[in-house]
Each structure stands twice: as structure tokens, then as C-alpha cells.
Design a protein around this ligand. Structure first.
Ligand code: HAM
Length: 417
């Protein structure tokens, strides 16, 4: 019997790994530029952290969590996201006592029991940032700016930022009532989930993807039109900062995002290629979450993006070779050539170049094909002539141009770099 991976949980194979390491490197690099430090939190938490933090009425908590009892009967959950865990860590370790303002980032797997499809899986990966400890609208914009910089560093275009404010707890309470009034006459003809959401939290109706509900949602009142003075000022300031930095956005006053902890600013970055339904990343403020999870009143803002989705977009623009380049393939002819190749490979690798050679005794032509398949930047053939003369021809694979070199590490390095 052959085993298969669990549905919705995919292997990442070597032919794809270059995209993953490239993305991870870029996240780390951009986070460093913005002074965000990495945090690693466990994959498993007490279920209550998510049910309270994310909200009982959300799809994530209601339908999508992997929850199981441990051997002592305690309910544990595979993390469906990391914001609640990061805030738990912030509170648990009293990070606020030494430095209440923390700028953090993370990369790692998350778990949601969703219907697997393109860009949606049950074990998926997120990169994300959380800036905890300031209400400054410039910080909302820093977080958005970081997201744009990341996309920029990956050469991604055709993206658009949707922005909204859902206000403070009092605003949301009022907005919930406005939505209830609006949906009152329509809810009968909407899906069962929405009927439940209508009772539990009508904001969640706005996340509904069901075609049946779309015509009703389309004309629902927007949240940004019902903000208190302080939240309206905050939102205006966020927009001013975005304008000043030249970061474009469109206001979508029905964008509420699917998690209950959000307050004020919410945003999503969508790729035109992926279609507006599946956002590349999403985030916003969560000014009540730290306190809800037992810490002092502390605001926060952040976002997370799905790596699978971003890689789908990257794949359309980049070959796997572009993500992980082999610098040099040493093709060998005869025993002498092979000994020289083994020595050179050791020395060049020590200098930081990526070097490979044949280990299957293949004919020269086959070795050249292999160099091509590996996407090697340069090829060097080492046979009796090269061993005797201590000279060889470094061939640049994309142009076919050959450069004669003395076979020393320094000479080869000089040509390749
Ligand atoms: P979220 O919108 O639930 O927000 O997820 C963020 C991103 O994770 C989505 O935009 C999407 O790219 C990706 N994603 C979500 N579910 C899946 C899935 N099943 N398969 C593949 N990708 C998926 C959060 O998780 C918040 N914690 C974001 C945040 C951080 N807000 C403030 N700070």
C-alpha cells in the first residue's frame, strides 16, 4: 500500500524550494531594513487562545480549526494564524515591562480546515509582522510600506491595496446595528451561514463568498462612513501618510476582514493575476487584543501573507533556476580531469561558489545537458589537455562566450563574479 500525504497538506519538493528560500530571505531582509525582529511561537496552543482572540463567530474558529484533546483531555489547537500567539507571548513573557513597543515578524506553517484549491491549503505558510505598543497612524503605514517593499523586492507588479477603517469597539457596535437593520429584510433569502452570522456578528456577513449573498452585500452600508471623531481622524491620518509616501490604495468601505480582533485600520493586498477573491496578504489594527489576552491596554497593528499564493505569482515571473543558481558545472573527461575537478570543486565551494560535477560516469555530452538542466551559469570542461596545461575555457552558458583561464581558484572566481 502506498501512502499519500493528508489532503490539503502538500510536500514542497526540491524543484520548488528555490522559491521558498528566496521568499524567506526577502522577508528577513525587508524585516531587517524596517527593524522588525523574528519571533518563533509554537504550532500548538490552548484552543481558548484562538476562540477568544479570533472570535467564536468567525469561520476560522467555527469551522476551520484543527482541535484535539491531549492525553490529559485539554483542548489544543494547531495554530490557524500567529497574531494571537504572538500577543500571548508578548503578555506571557511580560515583554511590555522591559520595552512595551515591539516590532516582530514570523514565518511558518499555519493550519486551517478549508477546502483545498489553488492558493488555499490546510497546512499553509504565512510570513507576517506585528508592531505592538503604539497607536500612531504612521505605524499602520510603516507596516503597509513594509508589505509593498517586500513585493517590490520580488519584482511583483499589478498589485492593489484595499483599505478601510472599522473603528473602535463602540463604532463597531453601532455599525453592527446598522448592518442588522440593513440585512433585516434580506436575511431570509441569504445563506444559512449568514443567517447565523446575522445573529452572532453581522460584520461577518460581509466576508461571505456565497453567490447567493453577494447582491445583498454589494449595497450594504460601509463602516468608514460611521466612525467616531477619533477613529475618523486616525483613518484620515493613515491616508495622509500613505499619500505622502506615494503608496496607492483604494478605499473599500465594506472590507471588514474575517477575524474579530480588528479595530480601525484594515487592509488587503490583492494581485490582479490571482483575482480579487484571494488576497495575497491582509492585516490591520487590533487595539483590544493584548488586553483581551490578559495584558495591559496596548494597541497593535500587523499583517500576514500566504506564501503559497505569493509563490504562485512568483512562478509566473521566474524560472526555478532564477531562484537558486548553480555557479559552475565541472564536466570531466578521464581520471586526471576528474581528480582536478574534485580538487577545484572543494576549493571553489570553500570560497562560496556553488559548484557541481558528474558522479555517474556519464559521457561528456550528457554532462553538458545536465549542466544546462541545472541552470549552471558557467561550464568548465576538464580533460587531459586542461590537466597538462593548467588552463581551461570557462563557458558562460547564456551567451556561449568562452574565456580562457588559468585553473586557479582566484582566476576562476574573477571571471565568474
Ligand atoms: P488572514 O487574512 O486570515 O489574516 O490570513 C492572512 C493571509 O494568509 C491571507 O491573506 C492569505 O494570503 C493566507 N491564507 C489564509 N488562509 C489560507 C489558506 N487556507 N491557504 C493558503 N493561504 C492562506 C491573518 O491570519 C492575520 N493573523 C493577519 C494579521 C496579522 N493581522 C494582523 N496581524
Amino acid at each position: 500500500m502506498a501512502y499519500e500525504s493528508v489532503r490539503g497538506m502538500r510536500d514542497i519538493l526540491p524543484q520548488d524550494i528555490g522559491y521558498w528560500t528566496l521568499l524567506e530571505d526577502k522577508v528577513r531582509e525587508v524585516a531587517r531594513r524596517f527593524n522588525y525582529r523574528e519571533i518563533r511561537v509554537p504550532l500548538v496552543e490552548h484552543t481558548e487562545l484562538f476562540s477568544r482572540g479570533i472570535g467564536e463567530a468567525t469561520d476560522v474558529v467555527n469551522k476551520e480549526m484543527y482541535t484535539f484533546p491531549d492525553k490529559k483531555g485539554r483542548s489544543l489547537t494547531l495554530r490557524p494564524e500567529a497574531t494571537a500567539s504572538v500577543v500571548r507571548a508578548y503578555v506571557e513573557h511580560g515583554l511590555f515591562t522591559t520595552e512595551p513597543f515591539q516590532k516582530l515578524f514570523y514565518i511558518g506553517p499555519m493550519f486551517r480546515y478549508e477546502k483545498p484549491q489553488k492558493g488555499r491549503s490546510r497546512q499553509f505558510h504565512q510570513y507576517g509582522v506585528e508592531a505592538i505598543g503604539s497607536l500612531d497612524p504612521a505605524l499602520d503605514v510603516e507596516v503597509i510600506n513594509l508589505a509593498w517593499e517586500l513585493m517590490d523586492s520580488l519584482g511583483l507588479k499589478g498589485l492593489s491595496l484595499r483599505l478601510n477603517s472599522i473603528g473602535c469597539a463602540a463604532d463597531r457596535k453601532q455599525y453592527r446595528q446598522i448592518l442588522r437593520d440593513y440585512f433585516a429584510e434580506r436575511i431570509e433569502s441569504m445563506c444559512e451561514d449568514c443567517q447565523r452570522r446575522y445573529e452572532e456578528n453581522p460584520l461577518r456577513i460581509l466576508d461571505c463568498k456565497n453567490d447567493l449573498c453577494q447582491p445583498h452585500i454589494k449595497d450594504a452600508p460601509g463602516s468608514a462612513e460611521h466612525l467616531c471623531k477619533s477613529c475618523a481622524d486616525h483613518f484620515a491620518s493613515v491616508r495622509q501618510h500613505l499619500d505622502r509616501l506615494g503608496l496607492s490604495y483604494t478605499i473599500d468601505s465594506r472590507l471588514v476582514r474575517g477575524l474579530d480582533y480588528y479595530t480601525r485600520t484594515v487592509f488587503e493586498l490583492v494581485s490582479v493575476d490571482l483575482g480579487a477573491k484571494d488576497e495575497l496578504l491582509g492585516g490591520g489594527r487590533y487595539d483590544g487584543l493584548v488586553e483581551m489576552l490578559g495584558g495591559p491596554p496596548t494597541p497593535g497593528v500587523g499583517f500576514a501573507g500566504g506564501m503559497e499564493r505569493l509563490i504562485l505569482v512568483l512562478k509566473e515571473r521566474m524560472q526555478p533556476h532564477d531562484t537558486q543558481r548553480l555557479d559552475l558545472f565541472l564536466a570531466t573527461l578521464g581520471e586526471e580531469g576528474r581528480s582536478l575537478a574534485l580538487d577545484l570543486a572543494r576549493d571553489l565551494r570553500r570560497q562560496g561558489l556553488s559548484v557541481d560535477l558528474d558522479y555517474r560516469g556519464r559521457a561528456l555530452r550528457k554532462q553538458m545537458t545536465q549542466a544546462n538542466q541545472l541552470g549552471a551559469r558557467y561550464l568548465l570542461v576538464l580533460g587531459d589537455d586542461e590537466t597538462a596545461s593548467k588552463k581551461g575555457k570557462l563557458k558562460k552558458m547564456d551567451s556561449g562566450v568562452e574565456t580562457e583561464v588559468i585553473l586557479t581558484v582566484e582566476e576562476i572566481e574573477r571571471v565568474i563574479e
